[in-house]
Design a protein around this ligand. Sequence first.
Ligand code: ADP
Ligand code: MG
Length: 386
Amino acid sequence: MVVTASALSEAFLQQFQTRHAPDCFRAPGRVNLIGEHTDYNQGLVLPIALEMACYVAVASASHGKLRVYSSNLKQTREWPAAKIGSALPEHDWGDYVAGVAQELARSGYEIAPCDLYIRSEVPEGAGLSSSASLEVATALALLGHRSMDKLELAKLCQRAESRFVGMPCGIMDQYASVFGKEGAAIQIDCRNLEYRAVRLPPEVRIVAVNSMVKHELGSSAYRERVAECNEAVAAIRKANSAVESLRDVTPECFKQVQNSIPSTPRKRARHIITENERVSKFSAAATAVDLAEMGRLFLASHRSMQHDYEISCEELDFLVETAVSLKGIEGARMTGGGFGGCTVNLVRPDAVECFRKKIISAYEERFRITPLFYECTPAPGAGALL
Ligand code: ADP
Ligand code: MG
């Protein structure tokens, strides 16, 4: 489904019974190929922006409110526009909108009364970043004709999610939604916030498989992992005060200091440090069209999340094991925060259909759940719809 500006405008006008013609904006979801939980450790990640996106239409209004309708949820939320700076979180989806508006207001952008209409193609809570795409599309809609530096935009949306929504996330999701490149993955260095495009060989397709489960553990475990990584850094700093984040720790350095780190933070650190290496190696393998190496790194990344970072679950492990046992599948791993959501798979073009059928039947037999498939083509980052 591709939502055009005219379809969005029509839906907007029906919803709000207004004569104002809305402006329309698009911000994509993303799938992360490799580099999981490394972003908040100042490390490397390699996402692609998706064709699936969140669309927001906006028009000014005279009711004094910031009013928003989600056509996915068929719900409305509203706040007095002039008082958005003092809005408090209500622990539901409206927080993503209010959080962005509040950060804009804090940065000196006045939030004028308006109506927002949201329609998203990004599945919610599946690890494809429906939240960041909602934040970025909302920010663009509220900015309207005012411009903002792209990096500032990504950082502002990240602040909205960490401060207002209360999820201490890294920068990857918002960055990928803003800077996504058509036809390429982007390797982001979350320390200096620069990126480079990495072309993917046409000999493999990127297929995300939605496990359709989301275990409740997710958000509390995320906070726990952030804290455990900080604990590892604190232990390492006792021996080497130059270390500010796990990004500063090389594999050699880790070998020397690992015994001084308590066992759980040590495992978390080992995942982050080896994962950063895998991202660099994966980008090199993609450029060299070394499919076997790309696949090996995918599986090694999954194993590291299974055993060291401990964020996988039975369903994701099953999807990965089944995928890598099939012909034409070069690699598979879980992607996103963990405890459910999607796996990402490197699939030979002529094996895609067979992969789909075999995964569906195996997963249905094992869990009585039908998984969903998304063929992922790297799409451009966020912007206005014409
Ligand atoms: P992910 O970003 O991986 O999809 P998150 O848990 O970070 O998962 O964000 C999902 C949340 O984002 C939803 O529970 C909802 O609050 C909000 N959200 C996403 N898309 C929409 C939408 N179209 N309308 C309203 N809220 C949405
Ligand atoms: Mg999210």
